[in-house]
Every structure is written in C-alpha cells, then in structure tokens.
Design a protein around this ligand. Structure first.
Ligand SMILES: *Cc1c(COP(=O)(O)O)cnc(C)c1O
Length: 372
C-alpha cells in the first residue's frame, strides 16, 4: 500500500515520506532455504569470528532467569564505573545505549532543530545520514578523497546551521583513518562552534600507532564526542550495547534525549565481563591480521582491485554488479556485504573471519569470477 492511499497521509511529515526504509536481511535459516545452501559463512556484518570473550560467555551462562522480570540499571551504573576507570574519566562522561546505533540518535536529538544540518562523508557508515534525514535534518555528504574522509572539504561545508560533524575513524568500509595530527587540526579549526563525533567502532582493531585514541582528547575538546561499541571486537553484537563519551557538560546535555532502560541487564553484565579480557582482544587481532594477509595474497593472485586498511573488513572491486555477486556467493554459502548501499556499485565488503571461512570465500569468489 502506497503512502498516498492511507487516510492519515497528512499526518506523515514529508521527510518521513521521502525516506526509504532499510530492509534488514532475513534470518540465516530463511536465507539458506532461499539460496539452497546448507551452511552459511556470515561475512557481512564485521562480527567477531571468535565470538564473545570467555568471561562474557560465562556471565551469560550464569544469568539467573528470574532476573529477566526485573528492570536493569537505567543508566548502566556499574558499566559506566568500569569504563571511567579504564579511560581515566568520570562515570558521568559516559552514556550507554542499545548499540552505538542508538547513541547516534541521542546526539542528533540533543543538538539539531528544524533547519539544521549535519556533515559526514558520502561513503561511510550510513546511520548518521539516515537518522538525520528521517528526523528532518539535512545530511551534507562530503565525498571521500582517496578513500579517506576529506577534512578540508568537510570544513568548507560548514554553515551557521551545521550542528554536528560525524567522522568514522577508522572508516567503515574503506579502513582509512585520520592520524592524530589531522584530527587535532580539524578540531582546532572547528573550535567549539560545532559538535564533532568520532566513531571508533573499530579502534580496537587498529594496528598503526598514529591513529588517535579519541578518549585521550576529551579533556582538551569539550565539543568532542567519541563512540565505541561492544558489537565488533567484543563479540556482543546480538546483545546490542554501545556507548558515547564526552566532556561532562556536553554529556549532561545529551543525557536529556537518552531513553532510560534501553540497555538490557544481560548486555550490561556481559559487557562488563568482556572489558576485562585483553587476551581475547589479542587473539582476535592476531586472527584478523593473519587472515587479512592471506586475503591480500589471494586477491593479488586473482588480479583484483581492493581497498583495505585498518578494521576487520576489506573491500573488493568486481567485474560484475555487486548485487549479482552477492546472490552468486550466497548460493555457495558465503554472505558478504554488497556495496551499492554504500555508494560503491560493483564493490563488495567482506568481514575477516576464520581461516576456514576465508578459504570458502576465496573459493566461491574464484567460481563466480571464472563464470562471469
Ligand atoms: C557496527 C558499527 C556501529 C554500531 O554498532 P552497534 O552494533 O549499534 O553498537 C557504529 N559505527 C560503525 C562505523 C559500525 O560499523
């Protein structure tokens, strides 16, 4: 049914009418039926192939079922204490959300009003743009330069209605990042006229040592907000938990737009346990680094153009449509991310998985390339 045919059409704001809803992929079982495969390697969402850390698994196993009837801590009390200890900040400098996805909405709701805009890149994590647009705010998209966020280009787009600039560091999907000098130059240029969000969803995967830790810059820049998540390195994507950090006075403002009880109790406890497991981080980094090197050799052998940097994913350009490649790979039990939605037609993004998964991916890729 089209939106024109419903009787309360007048109730719907134009910016909601214009917005195309995101269609999530079907459950694995349905996909396997649809594509006729009996196994599925999930390489589309940058999930941790090693799963959650052992301590978090133990916490999940021990969760006492009757506690499901009781509301969780409304502000993730103990988790914020632990995060504060870790980063040398105060608990009130953190806001925990139902995934980092939710904290994006907290920040936009806190600072934007009618007529305002946000600035980000054209080829990055799309949720900043989406939340802005379906909330009625303009998202100004600055093209990447050499696969990297264009700092000068973003500064040039600022006008008196710009409230927030979103930088994904390192960038999903290109793996590029701003070094500390670049980020500082950007923050200095902005002074405190706008909010700068640095999304560090993949910071725990970074191997280069000139990539800044946004947490360390919070003291100097009261308009800086840093995002982190438990979905990627910490292997808790299914529990939905992520957070933001900022200066006390900035977080005090954002707290007003943050929905209480959106973070469930079991996620809070698992996250708390996951934070202690440095060994799990080490093992995951080792796996990602080893398998990235394996893929690089295979892509070179196949003569493919790729874009890889930091993070647990790489992009590959194909001599065919990415949506067609997606379907052909699915038929062989390999799920990747087709990149048309990221404005990279003919590219796919593959998440780094176990060696078995990487071999299955290369084998499937070789098959579809031979036939195309
Ligand atoms: C995955 C991801 C997030 C959000 O993750 P949540 O699961 O909502 O915590 C945020 N930013 C980027 C760049 C991501 O890739």
């Amino acid at each position: 049914m089209g939106i024109e045919s419903i009787s309360f059409e007048k109730l719907v704001p134009d910016y909601v009418k214009r917005f195309e809803p995101y269609i999530p992929s079907k459950p694995d079982r349905e996909l396997m039926k649809l594509y006729g495969c009996d196994h599925l390697y999930r390489l589309n969402n940058n999930e941790n192939p090693l799963g959650p850390p052992p301590a978090a698994r133990e916490t999940l196993r021990r969760f006492n079922p009757p506690r499901a009837a009781v509301y969780p801590s409304g502000d993730s009390y103990y988790l914020r204490q632990k995060l504060a200890e870790r980063h040398g900040l105060k608990p009130d400098q953190f806001l925990v959300g139902n995934g980092a996805n939710e904290v994006i909405a907290f920040v936009i709701k806190a600072f934007c009003q009618e007529g305002d805009n946000i600035i980000t890149a054209d080829k990055t994590f799309a949720v900043y743009e989406w939340v802005a647009e379906f909330s009625g705010f303009k998202a100004r998209l600055v093209p990447l330069k050499n696969f990297r966020f264009d700092d000068q280009g973003m500064l040039e787009q600022i006008d008196e209605r710009t409230k927030i600039l979103f930088v994904c560091n390192p960038n999903n999907p290109t793996g590029t990042y701003w070094d500390e000098a670049t980020l500082r130059r950007f923050l200095d240029a902005i002074a405190v006229h706008q909010i700068v969000v640095v999304d560090e969803a993949y910071i725990e995967f970074v191997e280069k040592n000139d990539c800044p830790d946004g947490m360390k810059l919070l003291r100097e820049y009261p308009n800086l907000i840093v995002f982190r998540t438990f979905s990627k390195m910490y292997g808790l994507a299914g529990l939905r938990i992520g957070y933001l950090a900022g200066a006390l006075e900035t977080v005090d403002i954002i707290r007003r737009t943050c929905v209480v009880y959106s973070v469930n109790g079991i996620a809070q406890e698992a996250a708390l346990a996951a934070l202690d497991d440095d060994e799990h981080i080490r093992r995951t980094r080792e796996l990602v680094s080893r398998e990235k090197a394996f893929l690089a050799r295979e892509f070179a052998r196949l003569g493919l153009t790729t874009q890889a940097g930091e993070g647990c994913y790489v992009m590959i350009r194909l001599p065919m449509s990415d949506t067609l490649a997606y379907r052909k790979l699915m038929a062989q039990g390999v799920m990747v991310r087709s990149m048309t939605g990221f404005r990279y037609p003919n590219w796919i993004r593959v998440s780094i998985g176990t060696h078995e998964a990487m071999e299955a991916f290369i084998k499937a890729l070789q098959t579809i390339l031979a036939k195309s």
